[in-house]
Design a binder for this molecule. Sequence first.
Ligand SMILES: Cc1ncc(COP(=O)(O)O)c(C=O)c1O
Length: 284
Amino acid sequence: MKLSSFGRKFTADAGITSLMDDLGNALASGDDMIMMGGGNPGHIPEIQARVQKILADMAQSDGDTRRLVGIYDPPQGEKQFIASLAELLNREYGWGLKPENIALTNGSQAAFFMLFNMFGGDYGDGVHKHVLLPLAPEYIGYADAGIEPGLFHAVQPDISFTDAHEFKYRVDFDAVEVTAETGAICVSRPTNPTGNVVTDEELARLEAMARQHDIPLIVDGAYGTPFPSLLFVDATPHWNDQVILCLSLSKFGLPAVRTGIVIAAEPVIKALSGINAIMNLATG
Ligand SMILES: Cc1ncc(COP(=O)(O)O)c(C=O)c1O
């Protein structure tokens, strides 16, 4: 089989492919396993019972069943969900969101693929921009998401010891450099696999750097604020139009519904919806 450079790049060994293969095969083996890898959400019986009840009610309703399985939503995502989410976040946090600030994707993994390649890569005239990861280690699922090689610049952390057997990763701001070749900054909060949570102060400094260079700060909140909030330290939910906040329904127990949520300035959402239409037609 002869493949293009895209074909070769995305069929080569990738960390996330072998991780997901390992997880799937381990589960399929039928052994009594405790899944501790891959950001795998736990199964909480009470949540499962609640979801089961909602699904059973939906199956009884013609209209709900049609909405669930029989309709293509617009490429931006299901309108009622988006409107409800905007209202919820405005009520809780006063973010002033309009539905035009929110898009849904098939899992947040798909959002990262689109966003990284929207802001990183070939800008023409020989300009190639990277996505800056100011605090490594970072989520392995980013590593192979660039259509172009060398999409990421990652920075080693400052490690401060907080107790005899404890340490904390911090952004080494002396080493973080935003240049004319930086297309976006991205942090996951908390990070998979370390669980490190970038502090409010660190986030504010990164946002100031992004603002100064007129580039977005992508915040991956798959485990974070405002939900599912799998957090054991204080972290303030934060959004404004410098920030692209990516959320997910996966980590509070719905990974198979593949719902990623992107909250961003209107032009970002418009662009993302366009790419989503080409890649997926619509979001599940
Ligand atoms: C930090 C982080 N971000 C994003 C994702 C992607 O999750 P999903 O595509 O299910 O939303 C994961 C999955 O493990 C993750 O750990």
